[in-house]
Ligand binder design. Structure first.
Ligand code: AMP
Length: 183
């Protein structure tokens, strides 16, 4: 089973749900930059205060801020990991690659969760997080298309990308995912 994975895909595609399940089953570190940022906001730290308004608008917080979070978590972790919601743009992907080189690690596979916009929007509206209202959702989808989607070609050219249909039940998707990760 592959041990070092990225989850890529639009908001609402199910990255967090699948990443959490897989990490629990395989004993991997689940690193969700969105969850970590929300925890900082909740705790009212300086970092959280800096990120809060940006997150509420659906834009991306600064690369430096997110990178510091990821670096501090990966530096002292020898085992496998699953990155969810990071990288979100090409500069973050490049920074991740140099961080991993310095740690003598590498990405083993990138899973792209795919789902139609209409289903994504329905799912996000049903979830009801603070940034899950119609206007902010539209912006997050646009940010995804403009800044994050170029990573698809980036990882495809490295031969790392696998596409996973995000439609259907959580269990069905989990099963399809597991079958992709067998060595
Ligand atoms: P998520 O939970 O992944 O949907 O992230 C929620 C929000 O956190 C995003 O809309 C961004 O504002 C911020 N965020 C999460 N991950 C990143 C990242 N890698 N780079 C920049 N901003 C991020």
């Amino acid at each position: 089973m592959k041990q070092r994975l990225l989850f890529l895909g639009p908001p609402g595609a199910g990255k967090g749900t699948q990443a959490q399940r897989l990490a629990a089953r395989e004993g991997l570190l689940h690193l969700s930059t969105g969850d970590l940022l929300r925890a900082e906001v909740q705790a009212g730290t300086p970092l959280g205060q800096e990120a809060e308004a940006v997150m509420a608008s659906g834009e991306l917080v600064s690369d430096a801020l997110v990178l510091a979070i990821v670096r501090s978590r990966l530096e002292h972790h020898a085992g496998g990991w699953l990155l969810d919601g990071f990288p979100r743009n090409l500069p973050q992907a490049e920074a991740l690659e140099s961080l991993l080189t310095s740690l003598q690690q590498r990405i083993e596979q990138v899973i792209l969760l795919e789902l139609d916009d209409s289903v994504l929007i329905q799912r996000l509206l049903a979830r009801g997080r603070a940034d899950d209202n119609a206007e902010v959702i539209a912006n997050r989808l646009q940010v995804y298309r403009q800044q994050t989607a170029p990573l698809i070609a980036h990882y495809e050219s490295q031969g790392l990308l696998r596409r996973l249909d995000g439609a259907g039940s959580i269990d069905a998707i989990e099963e399809r995912l597991a079958s992709m990760l067998v060595d």
